[in-house]
Design a protein around this ligand. Structure first.
Ligand code: ZN
Ligand code: ZN
Length: 410
């Protein structure tokens, strides 16, 4: 099958199984200009599936970089009201959102970290309401990958660019099961499997999870009362099902914002807005990072943790088998969408309110009182190791082994 046919099959999966476009939906696609061929196919597929309209917001990573290098901090701090209004207007009309990820993970490594921090922070503050609604599943949203040359070159540094691009596309197809005869059937089966794990974790209502692995990780995470683990598919406010990430191999929930104690080491590099952070550790006391270190990207990590009060607390706990299809490839993607689905991970920052019973209807204060973390950031980082061992501790002291040597044992 040639790449064009595969792209059509991929678009069909993303539109009909991911965002699940129905008649009269409006779809907003966000991606890079270099993804244009794939974006055209997505637009066509969405209309075919009944969309009333499809709008595309393009960005270009090179222009972003030039802007970072040349614009002043004051300019980068400005977020025009029309931009905020546009996003809010899409959200209020319940448009569905499809984001395409894929960029050069080292893009901004020689840009002043203060400029990046200022720009990221002012944008996330300006879009706090919008992002909050997205994380509360007010509408359907989906994040998928698309190959671009700058990214392919980093994943396959020894290949020439055409070969690297073809290889990266084929990997993307493999991770989302587009290489299978009927990807949508495969996904339905996959979703059922992940649901079994979440149901197990939910039925036990553990008080805490204890992580231990041979790379030094020794961490206890308290879970909030009535936590909900979910996996693969979710429902928006109107009751429509969607899949937020493709690929997805995780079941996830939230730690209690005051409940992390111990130390955790990363196991895969983290691409944070075009900068790599690697070989880092975070030490927690009563939920807050009290000490940290990084061999690569220390300043970037420091700025990230300084974003606001909630940025140094955890907002997500996700379990992924060490032997998932993505980790079997043994390829580092330098892109969180893929790397986080090859590894158990945690996230710093805001928690998904849907990870606790009735969370989507709680006020900001009620969420905080229930241990749900809030922040302008939500950044996943990978901690899964081949020796990862996780025990679930119940209120009555019962201990249940959940992970052994990196994989589920339930
Ligand atoms: Zn996750
Ligand atoms: Zn996350």
């Amino acid at each position: 099958m040639n790449i064009n046919e595969q792209l059509r099959k991929y678009a069909d999966l993303v539109i009909n199984e991911g965002v699940k476009i129905k008649k009269d939906d409006v779809l907003i696609i966000r991606g890079q200009v270099e993804m244009i061929e794939f974006i055209r196919i997505l637009v066509e597929t969405a209309f075919k599936s009944g969309a009333k309209d499809v709008k595309v917001n393009y960005r270009d990573e090179y222009i972003s970089k030039i802007r970072f290098q040349n614009a002043s901090i004051e300019t980068l701090e400005e977020v025009p009201q029309y931009f905020i209004d546009e996003q809010n207007s899409h959200m209020n009309k319940k448009a569905k959102f499809l984001s395409l990820v894929g960029n050069d993970p080292n893009l901004l490594s020689d840009v002043d970290p203060n400029k990046i921090k200022t720009s990221v922070l002012s944008t996330s503050k300006a879009l706090k309401d919008f992002n909050g609604k997205m994380m509360n599943n007010e509408t359907s949203w989906c994040v998928v990958g698309a190959a671009v040359p700058s990214w392919a070159k980093v994943v396959f540094p020894d290949l020439d660019i055409d070969e690297a691009m073809e290889k990266l596309w084929n990997l993307i197809f493999y991770t989302v099961r587009v290489d299978k005869e009927n990807p949508i059937d495969e996904w339905d089966k996959h979703v059922d499997n992940l649901k079994k794990w979440s149901e197990f974790l939910n039925s036990h209502q553990f008080e805490s999870l204890k992580y231990f692995s041979e790379n030094g990780t020794d961490l206890e995470i308290k879970l909030p009362q009535n936590y909900i683990f979910s996996g693969a598919s979710e429902f928006n406010r109107s009751g429509e099902e969607f899949i937020a990430n493709m690929p997805t191999e995780e079941v996830f929930s939230m730690p209690h914002r005051d409940g992390a104690n111990g130390i955790v080491y990363n196991t895969k590099p983290l691409n944070y807005n075009g900068n790599l952070i690697d070989d880092f550790y975070l030490k927690f006391k009563d939920g807050v990072v009290v000490d940290f270190g990084a061999k690569t990207g220390y300043e970037v990590l420091k700025n990230m943790l300084d974003s606001d009060e909630g940025a140094s607390r955890l907002g997500e706990v996700a379990l992924v088998p060490y032997h998932s299809p993505i980790s079997e490839t043994e390829i580092l993607f330098y892109e969180t969408l893929y790397d986080e689905n090859a590894s158990c991970h945690l996230a710093l920052g805001k928690a998904y309110p849907t990870c606790i019973k009735d969370g989507e209807n709680m006020s900001e204060k009620e969420l905080l009182d229930n241990g749900v973390n809030d922040s302008v950031i939500h950044v996943d980082f990978m901690i899964g190791h081949k020796t990862t061992n996780i025990k679930g501790i119940k209120k009555d002291g019962t201990i249940i082994q959940i992970f052994e040597n990196g994989d589920f044992v339930i």
